[in-house]
Design a protein around this ligand. Structure first.
Ligand code: HSE
Length: 434
């Protein structure tokens, strides 16, 4: 039996999906049973990267959702609206949805999951995080038996490309970004990528799946790479680290009422060169899941682009199509495939979290400066792992400190005291360290 697919959006990902559906040869036989029945585009007269019959195209996305020939709705428009409303409209009509939209799922995932559960339809989101890397279904299903201690990932390809080139060439952030934009690796408006918002959307989704409770997206502390200086990438390398934009979700403990305490954050991070994520370069993504009893499992691959993302979208369509075929159109929901909350989670106030840190200070170059800096850290119980003086010229010095794992509040208090020392011109950079 043929299954009708309705596509909302025919941009990079939509065209990739249309291409797979129109070329089923050599793929799973179910692909040949999927038929593209309606496609919503912004402008029907625009040239298309894929050949589609004119009668399939419409500028009315609601007509795609409402079309009785459409059994599964695929949302690849992106952005919050009308994407959210269209997803809810499809659910209300009893149609399963496949979406690549991390922004909508990170903000409205609970509303959408509740509507889907009430109506008994699937909403599958494999393409929303990590492009072609399977990470959503593994977290929901294959790793379901574990207590997840931490999920950490390089989940933004644009920033990883920029950081990789900064590290290999010693280039400045602004220069690499400008070239990435020329080459089409970075958007004309790169804010969502370089300021960390895209990675925060994605880690919010991964944390929700790993810990089984909703995460307040707007509460995730997020720092991008736009203020990162080439000299910090260089000093980090000299100290045995690689700088990556890391998104992390970590389980810290439980409240007496059972609410799970999580530390979820996005920031540039110094990784030891032998860390599994340190060797992930260019536009690739990788996600490291640490759980008990499984240990460390790493997922690696292309995190964006037409081919990888449409691979994930079509896999979700096939999952739904397979279940429909096995169970009939009104077959029972598979509880492990369906997203759902089973716990309360809260983000722990950032001052109460513990981290290792990298600090670069610009100081005068004279006797006793390192001692006074050390005293400020010591007074706040901030233990130093290493302290190194780098550039020295004209009576000025750059001092880089790596701390042991310390409380964020103590670290901030020590930094405030250091900034007040007359020998310290500026706290020039602070970065997290693994
Ligand atoms: N802009 C994202 C990235 C890809 O650079 O990884 C889409 O999620």
């Amino acid at each position: 039996m043929t299954i009708g697919v309705g596509l909302l959006g025919l941009g990079t990902v939509g065209a990739g999906v249309a291409d797979i559906l129109s070329n089923p040869s050599g793929r799973h036989p179910l692909v040949g049973q999927l038929e593209l029945r309606r496609v919503a585009v912004r402008d029907v007269s625009r040239p298309r990267p894929v050949a589609l019959a004119d009668h399939l195209l419409t500028t009315d996305p609601e007509a795609v959702v409402d079309d009785p020939a459409v059994d599964i709705v695929v949302e690849v428009i992106g952005g919050l609206e009308p994407a959210r409303s269209l997803i809810l409209r499809a659910i209300a009509a009893g149609k399963p949805v496949v979406t690549a939209n991390k922004a909508v799922i990170a903000r409205y995932g609970q509303e959408i999951a509740a509507a889907a559960a009430a109506r008994g339809v699937y909403v599958l989101i494999e393409a929303a995080v990590g492009g072609g890397i399977p990470i959503i279904e593994p977290l929901k299903q294959s790793l379901g038996a574990n207590r997840i201690q931490r999920v950490s990932g390089i989940i933004n390809g644009t920033t990883n490309y920029i950081l990789s080139r900064m590290a290999s060439e010693g280039a400045a952030y602004g220069d690499v970004l400008a070239e990435a934009q020329r080459l089409g690796y970075a958007e004309a408006d790169p804010a969502a990528d370089v300021e960390g918002g895209d990675a925060a959307d994605k880690i919010s989704i991964l944390a929700t799946l790993a810990y089984g409770g909703s995460i307040e997206r707007s509460a995730i502390p997020t720092e991008g790479i736009s203020r990162l200086e080439a000299r910090d990438v260089d000093y980090a390398a000299q100290l045995g680290f690689v700088v990556k934009l890391l998104a992390v979700a970590e389980h810290l403990g439980s409240d007496p009422d059972g609410t799970e305490q999580l530390d979820v954050r996005v920031h540039p991070t110094l990784l030891p060169k032998d860390h599994p994520l340190a060797g992930v370069h260019g536009v690739n993504n990788a996600i490291l899941v640490e759980g008990e009893p499984v240990g460390q499992v790493m997922f690696y691959g292309p995190g964006a682009g037409a081919g990888p993302t449409s691979s994930a979208v079509v896999a979700d369509i096939l999952n739904i199509a397979g279940i429909r075929q096995a169970a009939g159109a009104n077959g029972a929901l598979d509880p492990l495939l369906a997203a759902g909350s089973w716990r309360q989670c809260r983000l722990v106030e950032s001052g109460l979290t513990q981290h290792r840190n990298y600090v670069r200070l610009e100081t005068t170059d004279e006797a006793g400066v390192i001692g006074r800096i050390g005293t400020c850290f010591g007074r706040e119980q901030v233990s130093i792992q290493s302290i190194v003086q780098f550039e020295t010229s004209g009576g000025a010095a750059e001092i880089v400190v790596i701390t042991h794992e310390v409380s964020e509040a103590s670290f901030r208090a020590a930094l405030a005291a250091i900034a007040d020392l007359p020998e310290v011109q500026t706290v020039a950079a602070t970065l997290r360290t693994l």
